[in-house]
Design a protein around this ligand. Structure first.
Ligand SMILES: Nc1ncnc2c1ncn2[C@@H]1O[C@H](COP(=O)(O)OP(=O)(O)OP(=O)(O)O)[C@@H](O)[C@H]1O
Ligand SMILES: [Mg+2]
Length: 224
């Protein structure tokens, strides 16, 4: 479902070249959930942004559901991203001027879903996580854990085949983090999604199917 092959990524800062990814390979099947655990600065977010088509690929190949993304035009990349990929950030990035419901409706409208249908789905999702009564709250009127739950629902609104999550529980206390983590896992499982989730919490990582790490720019199996 998600196939990253021989990914190299270098940041240039003036004279300096920072070779962050040096031939990373990762393949995640539909329904498979992979945790990425690695020290700060090793390139986890870089890898996720590349996989999410949010960052321009320099070298290598990224296939989404069998489709090569290299060389796609910007509109085609955007369409593929909107239709197939859900992204959860460490800090929710909800739109502050919109309600919880509207934040979940918007990505569906972008895909062309009718407003009524989108609103119904958003309400169903909110009900599933016990937030029906918070539908009309703006992000600042929600607790941190609630905001992150809404951000997850937003990422799942279009039933993506791939869910990418960059430290989705990093900003929450232990108890809330555990609840939000299990929510991602259960919703993704129900949708047979391929999941790549960054976390620093090895206990949470162990709840997924496989744990990998990034070492000197390549992906390694955690057990090695
Ligand atoms: N736009 C950029 N320009 C230059 N260097 C960058 C840029 N973005 C990231 N870097 C550098 O690349 C390295 C990897 O960054 P990245 O954000 O992928 O790390 P990370 O593994 O996600 O770390 P963390 O666990 O702290 O989030 C870091 O050393 C960072 O300073
Ligand atoms: Mg990061």
């Amino acid at each position: 479902m998600l196939d990253l092959t021989n990914i190299h990524h270098t940041y240039r800062q003036g004279e300096n070249r920072l070779e962050i990814l040096r031939g990373a390979n990762l393949r995640i099947e539909a329904g498979e959930m992979v945790a990425l655990v690695a020290p700060s600065g090793t390139g986890k977010s870089t890898l996720l942004h590349l996989a999410g088509l949010l960052e321009k690929l320099q070298t290598g190949s990224i296939r989404i559901d069998g489709q090569e993304t290299k060389g796609l035009s910007d509109p085609k990349r955007s369409a593929l991203r909107a239709g197939s990929i859900g992204f959860v950030y460490q800090f929710h990035h909800l739109l502050p001027e919109f309600t919880a419901l509207e934040n979940i409706v918007l990505p569906q409208l972008i895909l062309g879903t009718e407003r009524d249908v989108a609103a119904r789905r958003a309400m169903e999702l909110l009900a599933q996580v016990g937030l029906k009564a918070r539908a009309d709250h703006r992000p600042t009127q929600l607790s941190g854990g609630e905001q992150q739950r809404v951000a997850i629902l937003r990422a799942l609104a279009n039933k993506p085949k791939i869910l990418l999550a960059d430290e989705p529980t990093g900003n929450l206390d232990l108890a809330n983090g555990s609840v939000v983590f299990d929510l991602i896992r259960d919703l993704a499982r129900a949708g047979n999604m391929a999941v790549l989730l960054v976390t620093h919490n090895t206990e949470l990582a162990g709840r997924l199917d496989r744990v990998v790490t990034l070492h000197e720019g390549v992906i390694q199996d955690w057990s090695l």
